[in-house]
Design a binder for this molecule. Structure first.
Ligand code: NAG
Ligand code: NAG
Ligand code: NAG
Ligand code: NAG
Ligand code: NAG
Ligand code: NAG
Ligand code: NAG
Ligand code: NAG
Ligand code: NAG
Ligand code: NAG
Ligand code: NAG
Length: 568
């Protein structure tokens, strides 16, 4: 009995996916599962990392093809010979032996062979570095592979194939055992004839005796021409009664603000990585959830009935970690406003994780795998800077072309660790050039927000990590310490580029109120300053022999290696 329990525990442990934080995605390229590709990327650095595992002790090849065949393909070939490794960046003109590129733009990380299995790990830039390489786009691309039984690359017995994969916008699709789903949707809701309507429904999720893991969230849209976007928020334990009605008209709908899921026009399903799930049921607690659907009834058609919402796929086979969502950025409140006529106006929200320990007993580092950036209609860009020890070490996420119409949860490309003590700065850029009045921070779509929702594990009982400029300081810095004077100054002012810029700099310079809220609404209050964001230099085209940098030692070495590879 004792032994079988131990075995059971061990087998549970072994069934956990072991994820390399740098290689979160995985696909078999062939139906027989002899060729496995793992990858991860860093859009800030502009690089993508691959690990190709093939059941062979011969050569292995992988590449990108415009049409799926050899013609025009960008290929790497590698393998292990008794004397050592070989690895080359090549291109194919047609159905012939791919020729070695002048510039070697793939960098070999490691190449191993054991038990008839070859593992080749290599890095390249997302952009093409020369005319013989293909740029990796965020659309599905045709990946090609081939391998031989020996290290003689010309040998005829070659297995090859093609698979189309969207490497940069990848969403896994797993089918775990004991998988079921439940829906949280509107039920026979008659869409009003108003052009814009935000409908809210606070409801219970099904009850589970044991904890379950949600691993996939899928939109269920019954009227694609009416549903613009929808959000699901978790309510605090103080909200205990269901409610349905127009959003933001009653205090109770405003209480449930912990975003759990989102779908927007053009979006698809979201799936968590295999080592984490959103917990529900058991001792996690019986929360209520608020579904918010933005209806856009452009033709003001009467009598349209809608049942849209979200489908939650869950499994009782618990994953290694509970995942959760943390809201970071600028507190949603009306204490500041964006002036009209601004082509580019910046706001900032600071999350200082050093203070998490003020609300939680034993906080842990956050392993962040996905992010959802959120502003309203005036938002144009969102960047999330990552600081450690007073220095910016990375951007957690960047969207230089933010579009309210196409909001989605996006995978980061690799799992990024936010250590306790790190700071995250959410910067939003707005355009209000066609507006004539102030745009206040607030909940309505014509108000603004500046938020980044981080999907992370292991889950903590944490709901928000945000900041807000000290409005007492702001008003006095602007020469109008009294609230009403400040309000009339703000709305009467004839804003021009100079005054907009001054105001923006003041907002950034002054002290900020830095708050952290746990899931039970305990709040820690501290102060902080907005750090400066810097440009992180991307280092694509890192390796290879650039024949233009004549006379460098590395060029000579590189050419020597190529020579040996070519004529070996
Ligand atoms: C290829 O290797 C993997 C891992 O060793 C193994 O699980 C799989 O069954 C092999 N595939 C075939 C077709 O032999
Ligand atoms: C694979 O090769 C690298 C060096 O190329 C080496 O550091 C690593 O230990 C090897 N891994 C295995 C599993 O053999
Ligand atoms: C929704 O409407 C359909 C069709 O009219 C009806 O069959 C169904 O019972 C309704 N559901 C609820 C919960 O009222
Ligand atoms: C929706 O339309 C109705 C009827 O035209 C109107 O009475 C109501 O105020 C509108 N609601 C909103 C939020 O505009
Ligand atoms: C609105 O009406 C126009 C013209 O009748 C039609 O082309 C369009 O498809 C309708 N749009 C929706 C969302 O129903
Ligand atoms: C947080 O709130 C809960 C419930 O209100 C309370 O029991 C707990 O002591 C609070 N924790 C801290 C650190 O203030
Ligand atoms: C502002 O209006 C002008 C003229 O209608 C238009 O070209 C421009 O795209 C608008 N800008 C924004 C940000 O909507
Ligand atoms: C969150 O709070 C609940 C209720 O107090 C508790 O049961 C649970 O263990 C906490 N979760 C974590 C990860 O601390
Ligand atoms: C805001 O700044 C004022 C001084 O300008 C200070 O007295 C006040 O305590 C600050 N408020 C917060 C919430 O830190
Ligand atoms: C901008 O407005 C301020 C007053 O708010 C005024 O003093 C300044 O001259 C204006 N600058 C320009 C370039 O119009
Ligand atoms: C940001 O940079 C400005 C000037 O470039 C400097 O005056 C300011 O002190 C910096 N802020 C911080 C928080 O380092």
């Amino acid at each position: 009995m004792a032994i079988s329990v131990v075995l059971l525990l061990l087998s549970v442990q072994w069934s956990w996916a072991q994820e390399d934080p740098l290689l979160p995605f995985s696909e078999h390229l062939d139906p027989e599962h002899n060729v496995q590709l793992k990858w991860g990327f860093d859009e800030i650095q502009g690089t993508i990392l691959f690990e190709l595992t093939v059941n062979t002790s011969g050569w292995v090849g992988f590449g990108f093809s415009p049409k799926g065949g050899m013609t025009g393909a960008d290929i790497v070939i590698g393998g292990v010979r008794p004397e050592g490794n070989y690895f080359t960046d090549r291109h194919a003109g047609g159905n012939s032996m791919p020729v070695i590129d002048q510039k070697q733009n793939y960098k070999l990380v490691s190449l191993n062979e054991s038990n008839k299995k070859t593992v080749m790990k290599f890095l390249r830039s997302i952009e093409a570095c020369d005319e013989n390489d293909l740029t990796i786009t965020n659309l599905p691309m045709k990946l090609i592979y081939a391998y031989g039984q020996t290290d003689d690359i010309t040998y005829h017995s070659t297995q090859r194939g093609t698979k189309e994969v969207n490497l940069l916008k990848y969403m896994p699709r797993v089918n775990p055992p004991n998988s079921k789903y439940f829906d949280m949707t509107m039920v026979n809701f008659t869409v009003p004839t108003n052009q814009t309507h935000y409908h809210c429904k606070i409801m219970k999720a099904p009850k589970f005796d044991r904890k379950q893991h949600i691993y996939r969230i899928e939109p269920v849209i019954t009227n694609f021409d009416l549903v613009h976007h929808l959000l699901l928020y978790r309510c605090p334990p103080t909200v205990t009664e269901p409610l349905e009605g127009e959003c933001y008209t009653s205090f109770r709908t405003n209480q449930c603000m912990e975003t759990i899921a989102v779908w927007g026009v053009g979006g698809a399903a979201f799936e968590l990585p295999e080592l984490a799930g959103l917990p529900i049921g058991g001792n996690v607690g019986d929360f209520l959830y608020r579904l918010e659907v933005h209806y856009n009834n452009a033709n003001k058609t009467a009598g349209r009935v809608d049942n849209s919402g979200l489908r939650f796929h869950y499994t009782s086979e618990l994953r290694q970690h509970d995942a959760a969502v943390l809201g970071t950025g600028l507190v949603v409140a009306s204490g500041y406003a964006i002036p009209p006529k601004a082509k580019s106006f910046l706001t900032y929200g600071l999350c200082d994780t050093a203070y998490i320990s003020q609300v939680l007993e034993a906080p842990q580092d956050l392993q962040v795998f996905s992010v959802m950036l959120h502003t309203h209609l005036a938002g144009r860009k969102v960047r999330v800077g990552h600081f450690r020890g007073g220095k910016q070490i990375d951007f957690l996420a960047v969207d230089e072309n933010y579009d309210f119409e196409y909001q989605d949860v996006t995978n980061l490309g690799k799992t990024k660790t936010v250590k306790l003590g790190d700071k995250l700065l959410v910067e939003c850029t707005y355009n209000t050039e066609n507006r004539t009045a102030l745009t206040w921070g607030g909940l309505s779509t014509s108000d603004e927000m500046c938020l980044a929702f981080l999907f992370y594990y292991p889950a903590m009982n944490l709901s928000g990590c945000m900041s807000f400029p000290n409005i007492t300081t702001l008003r006095s810095e602007m020469g109008t310490p009294v609230l009403n004077n400040w309000l009339s100054m703000m709305s009467m002012k004839s804003w021009n580029d100079t005054s907009i810029n001054q105001y923006q700099q003041t907002l950034k310079r002054i002290d900020q109120l830095v708050v952290i809220a746990d899931s039970f609404k305990n709040i820690s209050r501290n102060t902080g300053l907005i750090p400066n964001l810097s440009v992180i230099p991307s280092a694509p085209c890192m390796s290879g022999c650039d024949t233009r940098s004549l006379a460098s030692l590395s060029l000579l070495l590189c050419l020597a290696v190529q020579f040996m590879q070519k004529y070996y």
